[in-house]
Design a protein around this ligand. Sequence first.
Ligand code: DX5
Ligand code: ZN
Length: 220
Amino acid sequence: MPQQPVRIAPSILSADFAALGQEIEAVTEAGADWIHVDVMDNHFVPNLTIGPMVVKALRKHSPRPFDVHLMVTPVDPLVPAFAEAGADTISFHPEAGAHPHRTIQLIKSLGKRAGLVLNPATPLAVVEPVLGDLDLVLVMSVNPGFGGQAFIDSQLAKIAALRRMIDALGRQIDLEVDGGVNPEKAKRCIEAGADALVAGTAVFGGGPGRYAANIKALRG
Ligand code: DX5
Ligand code: ZN
């Protein structure tokens, strides 16, 4: 299916954690398409962030889809809790469980959209056998764990190759990029075939008065 107009997903990792509900309302008002939630377990990645209770509390602060990025292992036991909390898309890393195909089916059995996340060093071959089962592929353009890292340019070729694979399949699968996305890198991601962009620093930088302009700048 052809590339869609780009969707911007602010990562609340860069928001003010003391005011998350208001921050989500502010980016919604500023034009965010999705709300990206980074879930880290201090085990799969070296950081500890948000659990399902917080997602549940935040859910009522925006009508936009919640795009939940799980960086946890084992992943399967946590999937139902995030589905219950109000996630719309649940994405996970293939390294986070022994049976990625089973995890995709678990997410879909709960009525949620399933996404697979490719780390910078994870080859495309991992996604190929399950591409037709997915609603979204997320290409990491930094190593997961922290906001504010520099975009890894070598991932642009992976995005372009994925765009060709998705187009060849002819199914609607979102192609999202996460990490170090600023207006300049956003343009290159969209040119390579991405149609959804996560951005933390580039959206939340400058405070609420800047959110609308920051989001607009990422659309190119
Ligand atoms: C990294 C997270 C990203 C990150 C994006 O592990 O998955 O969502 O917070 O933040 P920026 O845009 O600042 O790189
Ligand atoms: Zn993320």
